[in-house]
Ligand binder design. Structure first.
Ligand code: MTE
Length: 536
């Protein structure tokens, strides 16, 4: 198992970004370039850690820079439709009753890259490791709400919502979202305001000093850097409550969604996690020499599974014949025997908040004539995963059968079986679903013919001088763009371009931009990087 539990160095990629004070694990795969930090652990490394993920390897989803907050001065305000507004310090919160238990967090974009390979969504390329499990400790939200004088009777006259606000101010306002009051008040739902993760205070990336944990729910509702809770008869008014974490019908693109106000259609909101499972062994590019087949050897297929709403994973099945027949795997559910859970399992109807692990031992020869290995999980509502993905404009909730291709490849005098996952996270190459990227991204920079033409070329040093609000150039795929006029119009805010001003922004750009943005970019093209000239 890789040593992963302690980190104290600043990653060079964070230097020059607003997050240059946060130590981060160097092996985390960055999905939106240098900044903001959106990252998942390599899948095999994540699995090596077992049930509880060490904090530095827990996936991170930050919409913007991490706020610098201090335990001693941070406050939580509770206001709105309450009879007793609260203004609590972190010490106040730490002295209240608490719950401590493991919860698996999942970003609703987990496995989005598979959808992006069908058609680019407006989201970046999560692989299958946008999920992790930690032990969270915090004050029950229902306890705080009762202190504020809120109770179930308040719902009699119409719906009530608990609106959470973070301190991170983003281009479209503060990050915030809401859940129904009934959900928050019901003790079996275990909603907590967490200040500890795996026995220590939260780290900046995971919401220090205070965040919401809503077990069984998508990560997007679990507001980090929590500073305010407002009880309202309306859902959160944060831009991010409506324009994030929605599954729109496949025929909607972003323009149509905005035109028809689909973002505000309550039918499209995502709260509970959906059922999902993934194959982690064999890993991508793992191989077996065919000679091993003669030794009666066995292979252990492995993976994870999770579901939402407190339901239980009841079985996981594997197919080696393209879904014609299914083999029952062995299910390992560490949550059921975890000391923190055994201590508190008092609910008459138990809730399950954590991932399970499945394994299946098969003889090597089962791979003969096997084209692909696929997996599907079932839960206590008899729900299972669909075979095919359903593309949606945000690329969310992808939970189709996870399919690993089995390729026979010649190697010297013999053949080996090489396993291929559907995708690899971020811009990492590989995966059977991966098609060539859009023209602009793959197109080579100007070659000899371009150099002889009239198109200007610029050296890296020249580009680097254009690094401010009044004069902002960036490099994408070895082409130079003057974005000064676009700065104020950028939907992601001026800062997200400025952070790359004068620099190579290829990773940042390709991670999140749609084909429409690629077209728009062409209007700002001013020349090529002079890299090739020196090679001539
Ligand atoms: N809270 C704030 N204030 N800002 C954010 O960007 N991201 C959300 C949620 N809470 C976010 C936030 C999303 S989309 C997810 S999936 C989870 O935080 C991720 O939590 P983690 O980074 O601790 O894994």
């Amino acid at each position: 198992m890789a040593a992963a539990t302690s980190i104290n160095t600043i990653d060079p990629r964070d230097i020059g970004t607003p997050d240059d004070w946060i130590p981060r694990h160097s092996e985390m795969v960055r999905l939106t370039g240098k900044h903001p930090f959106n990252a998942e652990s390599p899948l095999s490394l994540l699995m090596d850690q077992g049930f509880i993920t060490p904090v530095p390897l827990h996936y991170v989803r930050n919409h913007g820079p991490v706020p610098k907050l201090h335990w001693d001065i941070h406050r939580l305000v509770v206001d709105g439709l309450v009879s007793n507004p609260l203004n609590l310090s972190m010490n106040d919160l730490e002295n209240l009753p608490y719950k401590e238990f493991p919860v698996t967090l999942v970003c609703a974009g987990n496995r989005r890259k598979e959808q992006n390979m069908i058609k680019q969504s407006i989201g970046f390329n999560w692989g299958p490791a946008a999920t992790s499990c930690a032990i969270w400790k915090g004050v029950p939200l229902n306890y705080i709400l009762k202190l504020a004088g809120v109770n179930l009777n308040d719902c009699v006259n119409g719906p009530r919502y608990v609106c959470f606000s973070g301190v991170d101010k983003l281009p479209n306002g503060f990050y915030g979202t809401s859940i129904p009051l009934e959900w928050s008040l019901n003790d079996v739902n275990d909603v907590i305001l967490a200040y500890e993760m795996n026995g220590e205070r939260l780290t900046p990336d995971h919401g220090y000093p205070l965040r919401v944990i809503i077990p069984g729910c998508i990560g997007g509702r679990m507001v980090k850097w929590l500073s305010k809770i407002t009880i309202s008869n309306k859902e959160s008014d944060s831009y991010y409550h409506y324009h994030d974490n929605r599954v729109l019908p496949p025929e909607f693109d972003a323009e149509r969604a905005t035109k028809e106000k689909a973002w505000y259609n309550p039918n499209y909101i995502i709260n509970y996690l959906n059922i999902n499972s993934v194959i982690t062994s064999p890993a991508h590019n793992e191989y077996i020499p065919l000679s091993s087949f003669f030794n009666n050897q066995m292979y252990t297929l492995k993976g994870y599974a999770y579901t939402g709403g407190g339901h239980k994973i009841t079985r996981v099945e594997v197919s080696l014949d393209n879904g014609k027949t299914w083999l029952l795997s062995k299910l390992d559910q560490p949550e059921l025997v975890h000391p923190a859970v055994l201590k508190r399992r008092i609910n008459p109807i138990p809730r399950y908040w954590c991932w399970s692990f499945w394994s299946l031992i098969i003889p090597f020869h089962s791979f003969i004539r096997c084209e692909e290995i696929s997996v599907r999980a079932w839960d206590s509502t008899q729900n299972t995963q669909p075979r095919n993905p359903t593309w949606n404009v945000m690329g969310m909730m992808n939970n189709c059968h996870f399919r690993v291709k089995v390729n026979t490849i010649p190697q010297g005098n013999e053949f080996r079986l090489v396993f291929e996952h559907p995708t690899q996270p971020g811009n990492n190459p590989g995966g059977w679903m991966v098609k060539p990227s859009p023209k602009l991204i793959t197109s080579k920079p100007s070659d000899v013919s371009t150099i002889n033409s009239q198109i200007p070329t610029f050296t890296i040093n020249e580009v680097a001088k254009h690094n401010n609000e009044k004069d902002c150039w960036i490099i994408i795929n070895k082409k130079v763009y003057n974005c000064t006029k676009f700065l104020k119009k950028h939907p992601g805010g001026t800062a997200s371009i400025l952070i790359n001003a004068g620099k190579d922004a290829t990773n940042e750009f390709t991670a999140i931009h749609s084909t429409k943005a690629i077209e728009l970019l062409k209007g700002f093209y001013i020349g090529n990087l002079a890299l090739l000239q020196s090679k001539l």
